[in-house]
Design a protein around this ligand. Structure first.
Ligand SMILES: Cc1cc2nc3c(=O)[nH]c(=O)nc-3n(C[C@H](O)[C@H](O)[C@H](O)COP(=O)(O)OP(=O)(O)OC[C@H]3O[C@@H](n4cnc5c(N)ncnc54)[C@H](O)[C@@H]3O)c2cc1C
Length: 498
């Protein structure tokens, strides 16, 4: 079993380059001419020079290949979704990604109806075949019981979810954004932000060409190699979106660190060749034990429909055991109790066990500061109830895009700033109360006795489990709906959106 965590050329691997930010200044708002910048042709010349001071980007002239209305850093689901929505609204968008597609991303690959809705909103059809394996709901196993719960069929969300490997999924999204006019540059690792000395506002990014193409004759499977001395690049924009994942170096460089008062999870996963690969339910196991202690978290088995299942587990930081657990050993122990015919044995493991953090419940705030907008994991958007992050990455990308489009259309810098400040408010309105409830939930299940009680008694009561599923999946009708929807919505509204 490989212990590499995270692997090279992997989106979870941290960028350790120390290149400092360059300096450039340019105006915000609509600029001197009052016009929005025009889109550039793809053949624009790349100068590679730092931006010169005092140049207005929004002059109405064609932008160079190194400038754009908006730079999005990171082409995961948050970055690609944001870039897509920005480009669709007519903005010139540079999407900078430090790896090259296709590339691996550590994930459970499970997509709920929420994620399907966000994909549909981008014009990506989620239909049987074409790489999608649709699922009908969630199977929960634990406390001596087993229950299958169909996804609720609502006007607000479709009644099905899906699975797709992130290797495939992330490339699909990035290429979709490209088709919408986004200029995607791969193998570009952003190393810092540039700011206006006078206003302190972000004016662009510094970057390094991260990888050289595989050597000639290296064969089709060869990976790009790291090139630490790759060319330095500067890119300028009126705004920068940090979609650079859970460690978000960009946010840290602006002093936005993760909040210790917010929940955090850690999850690991691998793939097994198994006869259980063709499952039309996502499967969650609540029985994760550390000795006699039931842990706050769950294991999952998500059939991928390709001969393999994605198998993993995630834990929350609200238990005493959190920092002291050997996740790989726990995974092995949990799987050892499975029927042998399922094939969850070392010899059937098709990928190494890898893990990463799950930043939950707005664990990095504020989501906008001085020209930097945070989306997805960078802003700690993972749902604390169930560890789902992809849907929230795409949704926050869309919410951010909506604010940015309006902001850049304002004729004054003050107007632009005012609209940008409304993005954190929009996020709070969308998820704030619900995430506050989620924080209470993760604290409660951090107590082994509560977790044990809830698992043992809940699983045997289908009505309770149906309500639990709606709550954990954040799948209710925002208006009207049934009694369960109304209770969950009322609880979310009553909870302070902090
Ligand atoms: C083990 C595990 C299982 C999970 N299972 C699920 C699941 O089943 N369903 C679900 O919904 N969620 C799941 N999640 C959560 C989900 O993976 C994340 O919430 C989601 O990937 C967040 O998307 P993002 O776009 O914000 O960030 P990411 O997907 O992390 O994308 C960030 C991108 O930014 C790039 N990048 C980073 N730094 C730079 C830089 N300096 N310059 C340029 N590019 C950069 C990276 O290469 C990457 O492409 C799981 C997480 C883990 C760890």
């Amino acid at each position: 079993m490989s212990e590499q965590y995270p692997p090279a050329n992997h989106p979870d691997s941290e960028d350790r380059s120390g290149a400092g930010p360059g300096r450039g200044t340019h105006s915000r708002g609509a600029g001197a001419s009052g016009q929005r910048p025009r889109r550039t042709g793809s053949a624009a010349v790349s100068s590679g020079k730092p931006l010169s001071s005092g140049k207005a980007l929004s002059s109405g002239k064609a932008l160079s290949s190194d400038t754009a209305d908006v730079i999005v850093v990171g082409a995961g689901p948050a970055g690609s979704a944001a870039a897509y929505h920005l480009a669709t609204a007519g903005l010139d968008v540079l999407l900078l990604e430090k790896t090259s597609f296709p590339r691996e991303k550590v994930c459970g690959d499970g997509l709920t109806p929420r994620a399907v809705k966000a994909l549909t909103a981008m014009g990506i059809p989620v239909e049987p075949g074409n790489g999608w394996l649709l699922n009908k709901g969630l199977r929960i196993i634990g406390g001596g019981g087993r229950i299958e719960l169909a996804w609720p069929d609502l006007s607000s969300f479709p009644g099905y979810g899906t699975v797709r490997t992130r290797t495939d999924f992330d490339e699909l999204l990035a290429r979709h954004a490209q088709k919408a006019g986004v200029r995607l540059l791969e193998n570009i690792a952003v190393t810092g932000l540039t700011t206006d000395e006078r206003t302190g506002l972000v004016t662009g990014v510094t970057a390094r060409e991260a990888a050289a193409p595989p050597a000639e004759g290296a064969g089709p499977g060869a990976r790009a190699s790291k090139r630490p001395n790759g060319a330095q690049r500067n890119f300028g924009a009126r705004l920068v979106l940090a979609a650079d994942g859970n460690s978000s170096r960009l946010s840290v460089s602006m002093g936005l660190r993760t909040r210790p008062d917010r929940p955090l999870g850690v999850a690991v996963r691998t793939y097994y060749k198994t006869p259980r690969h063709d499952d039309d339910y996502l499967e969650a196991w609540l029985d994760l034990w550390d000795g006699k202690q039931l842990l706050p978290g769950y294991g999952w088995i998500f059939g991928m429909g390709d001969g393999t299942s994605n198998v993993g587990l995630g834990l929350l930081n609200t238990s005493d055991a959190f920092g002291n657990i050997d996740y790989r050993a726990l995974l092995k122990r949990w799987l050892a109790a499975m029927p042998a015919e399922w094939g969850f044995a070392e010899e059937n493991m098709s990928q190494p066990v890898r893990g990463a953090a799950l930043p939950m419940g707005f664990n990095r705030t504020p989501h906008y500061t001085r020209g930097l907008v945070l989306v997805g994991d960078a802003g700690g958007m993972v749902n604390p109830f169930n560890g789902e992050g992809i849907a929230y990455a795409m949704e926050s990308g869309e919410l951010a895009a909506r604010s940015v489009v309006q902001a850049l259309a304002r004729p004054t810098a003050a107007g632009t700033e005012r609209v940008l400040q409304s993005y954190p408010a929009a996020l709070k309105q969308a998820y704030g109360g619900y995430y506050t409830l989620g924080r209470t939930f993760v604290k409660a299940i951090g107590h082994p006795s509560f977790m044990k009680f809830a698992t043992r008694h809940g699983i045997k009561r289908p009505a309770v489990m149906r309500m639990t599923m709606k709550l954990l999946g954040n799948l209710t009708e925002p208006r009207g709906g049934d009694a369960v929807d109304r209770v969950i919505n009322a609880l979310s509204k009553m909870s302070p959106a902090a």
